[in-house]
Unconditional design. Structure first.
Lengths: 113, 112
């Protein structure tokens, strides 16, 4: 069991650029979640998938954000026209069917300059 | 609205003593609660959980207590070890597989 992996671990981009992050969940997990964490706060929910279906999106997820999980395996989170306020740690988690426990990856640290 | 609150930003404890981390919630629909531990530059690591039908759950040095009437839970670590120094997050969920709502975290420092 290799755990949840995320790539890249760090991303520095200029304001206005597009960025894409990837998450590979634990293989048996059918649910995949994206959260965002800023300094001094806990993770905040962005969106989640059951298999390839996106079941819920937070109001935090503006039109510039899009997430996909095309074959129910890995997921990508894209941010278009990045803003300085997008600077945060983006966390991915996955869970077994019928389980509350979510297992997190190491996160992608985004810095928008 | 902060549905899950951790009112103590930090806690300092001597090695070998008990650490007690507290968490309050406002939404009575939450039926499952979890504690996560986070080291710098890493993602949160699941520690222990409790269902709303229980009032206590133990796993080794870690015990979580739930008081539903007070909408309060606590994590006890006995004995505390320097390796326990980390940020601890309380989280709550409403149904299987749904999103978790997190508190802001408490920084625990265990002094040797």
């Amino acid at each position: 069991d290799t755990g949840v992996s995320q790539n890249p671990r760090h991303k520095i981009t200029k304001r206005g650029q597009n960025v894409t992050f990837r998450c590979d969940p634990i293989s048996e997990h059918n649910r995949l979640y994206w959260y965002r964490q800023t300094l001094g706060q806990g993770p905040e929910f962005l969106t989640y998938f059951q298999n390839e279906a996106q079941l819920e999106k937070s109001r935090l997820l503006s039109d510039r954000f899009s997430a996909e999980r095309p074959k129910g395996s890995f997921s990508t989170l894209e941010i278009q026209r990045t803003e300085q306020g997008d600077s945060a740690m983006y966390l991915c988690a996955s869970s077994y069917p019928g389980s509350y426990e979510q297992y997190f990856g190491p996160g992608t640290r985004l810095t928008v300059t | 609205d902060q549905q899950v609150k951790q009112n103590s930003p930090s806690l300092s404890v001597q090695e070998g003593r008990i650490s007690i981390l507290n968490c309050d919630y406002t939404n009575s629909m939450f039926d499952y609660f979890l504690w996560y531990k986070k080291y710098p530059a890493e993602g949160p690591t699941f520690l222990i959980s409790i269902s709303s039908i229980k009032d206590k759950n133990e796993d080794g040095r870690f015990t979580v207590f739930l008081n539903k009437s007070a909408k309060h839970l606590s994590l006890h670590i006995v004995p505390s070890q320097p390796g326990d120094s980390a940020v601890y997050f309380c989280a709550a969920g409403m149904e299987y597989g749904n999103k978790l709502v997190f508190g802001a975290g408490t920084i625990l420092r265990v002094k040797s």
